[in-house]
Design a protein around this ligand. Structure first.
Ligand code: NOJ
Length: 572
């Protein structure tokens, strides 16, 4: 156990401001019962691993009853765990056991839509047009003769249309219903009081079971313009008919009040994809969400100027509302960093995902290691997506017949989809599923590629140079060294001849973080190396920080000799 775990188990109402939050995609983390699908039993077995990694909280992607049309983001019942994952009792045990190890639990709430299998939607279909049951959704007659045309031409986030036509009990074509994602995910009508009441009750249900917070799915999409206009060519702030409507904030004020009603206030984390930083920050006002994912940073290319701009605009946007930033390198929806940073275009964007994009995995791995030091040194909370601490690459050669993700199908097979970052984790070198499930159990729900065992926890745990060892050191230093709770400032002086387009340099108190994206630069004099993401080089005038390498340095106290080591990952 970490030396000061006691401080983590006591009620600290501001724990979320600088927490390290590990994202568990339940289906792919660990399979306790050997059916090929990850489950809560698997997570419980590996809680000590997460404690030793040094995380403060786990965010669980949806574990509720679901047909899994979109990996669980199609919830049929929020008060039941899907039997593939376990039981409600197990979830309660898991939350309590994690908390005993100093790890809090964040559950995922998906308020924009439910599963088509949800009892509300089923009863709305049964009740027919004009019924109160249909009022909880967006049922609408079609346009044109016979109502054959859909009510709007809104485009789905998963490509394609956003309306599906129902069939009346007598077999004739009926009303249309709105789904911003798949037809299996009908959108809720947030103008309806039942919808609001139900969600506040769901929050209490999980908060009463010990959840420390919620992650809010598609958080900017809930409110729609009820007049159903088309999307303008250039919508101004608040003018989009289904994104970031002004009325949405009232919903989150209500949720914040629920969160604050607990002795240990619960935390709201928003999935808010908005380019407009000022509009984004509105979700983080003191009576709304606590934090929101920093997708701007996550999507930036491996480019010092671009990353610096993202850091600065992030800090500028958060300052007026007093909310901490979050630092995110990936999640279950995007290309793994080791792969993405190994590409010529290392920015992330959904529309540009393609099969067969050339990738230099060695460069990607080196950059992902440096990015770990960069993101962990910035002020705010840090997210780690399961498997990134192992340096797993995106699996890009999944057989087409195992692909599960609707994004792939709705693109007509052009977009590879998101399964490549969801391949079950390797825990051991050998075994039929590399320890994902019991040996001899069912095949993992997505096949693991050759070489997966070399990336396993077992293979990396005692290897000083592994990604896992690096992450453990990064998180231990960040947690244990008070400098990482100190003020942030860009460093005025850059090493050698470097420019700010090559090197990111900033301080947290007396710790200097250097991230070198350009040619090797000399390490500045008068500093000790706390940690580096790769071996340092020996230049004519002393130690140098090579390209695509980050280092954390501490100013040497006056009268002490510096202790610059040339081996990677030094820690003192
Ligand atoms: C965002 C989630 O992260 C993603 O996985 C899901 O498909 C959509 N929201 C729809 O719920």
């Amino acid at each position: 156990m970490r030396e000061d775990d006691s401080t983590r188990t006591t009620a600290d109402p501001t724990w979320w401001r600088d927490a390290v939050i590990y994202q568990v995609y339940v289906r792919s983390f660990a399979d306790g019962d050997g059916d090929g699908t990850g489950d809560l039993a698997g997570v419980r077995q590996h809680l000590p691993y997460l404690r030793d990694l040094g995380v403060d909280a786990i965010w669980f992607t949806p574990w509720y009853l679901s047909p899994l049309a979109d990996g669980g983001y199609d919830v049929a019942d929020y008060r039941e765990i899907d039997p593939q994952f376990g039981t409600l009792t197990e979830a309660e045990q898991l939350i309590a056991e994690a908390r005993d190890l100093g790890i809090r639990t964040i559950v995922d709430v998906v308020p924009n839509h439910v599963s088509a299998a949800h009892r509300w939607f089923q009863s709305a279909l049964d009740a027919g047009p004009g019924s109160p049951e249909r009022e909880r959704f967006w049922f609408h007659p079609g346009k044109g003769p016979g109502g054959d045309e859909m009510p709007t031409h809104w485009v789905s986030d998963f490509q394609g249309t956003t309306w599906t036509r129902t069939t009346n009990p007598d077999g004739t074509p009926g009303e249309w219903y709105l789904h911003l994602f798949t037809p299996e995910q009908p959108d809720l009508n947030w103008n309806h009081p039942d919808v609001r009441r139900e969600h506040e009750d769901i929050l209490r249900f999980w908060f009463d079971r010990g959840a420390a917070g919620i992650r809010i799915d598609s958080a900017a999409l809930l409110v729609k313009d009820a007049t159903l206009p088309e999307v303008p060519a250039h919508p101004g702030p608040g003018e989009h008919p289904h994104v970031d409507r002004d009325e949405i904030h009232d919903i989150y004020r209500g949720w914040r009040a629920v969160a604050e009603s607990y002795d240990e206030p619960r935390v709201l984390v928003g999935e808010v994809w908005l380019a407009d930083r000022a509009r984004f920050a509105q979700y983080l006002r003191p009576d709304e969400m606590h934090t929101a994912f920093n997708f701007d940073f996550m999507a930036r290319p491996w480019d010092a100027k671009s990353l610096r701009e993202s850091v600065q605009t992030t800090l500028d946007a958060h300052a007026p509302v007093g909310a901490p930033a979050t630092w995110v390198l990936s999640n279950h929806d995007v290309t793994r960093p080791v792969t993405r940073y190994g590409r010529e275009d290392s920015a992330f964007a959904f529309p540009t995902k393609r099969f067969g994009t050339p990738t230099d995995l060695a460069a990607g791995r080196r950059r992902a290691r440096a990015a770990a030091l960069l993101s962990a040194a910035l002020p705010g909370s840090l997210y780690v997506y399961q498997g990134d601490e192992l340096g797993l690459p995106e699996v890009e050669d999944l057989p087409l017949d195992v692909i599960n993700d609707p994004m792939h199908f709705r693109s007509g097979g052009v977009d590879p989809g998101r399964d490549g970052c969801r391949v079950p984790l390797p825990w051991t070198r050998g075994g039929s599923s590399h320890g994902f499930g019991p040996d001899g159990g069912a095949h993992p729900w997505l096949p693991q590629p050759a070489g997966w065992g070399d990336l396993s926890v077992e293979a990396q745990a005692d290897d000083d140079a592994s990604m896992l060892s690096l992450y453990r050191r990064v998180l231990a230093l960040r947690h244990g060294d008070p400098a990482f709770r100190g003020d942030f400032a860009w460093a005025d002086v850059l090493p050698g001849e470097a420019t700010s387009d090559q090197v990111l340099a900033f301080t947290r108190d007396d710790v200097l973080c250097l991230v070198n994206l350009g040619p090797a630069v000399p390490l500045p004099a008068g500093y000790d190396v706390l940690l580096a993401s790769a071996d340092l080089e020996q230049g004519a005038a002393g130690a140098e920080l090579p390209t695509d390498t980050a280092a954390w340095l501490r100013r040497t106290p006056p009268g002490h000799a510096t202790t610059t080591a040339s081996r990677c990952c030094t820690r003192r």
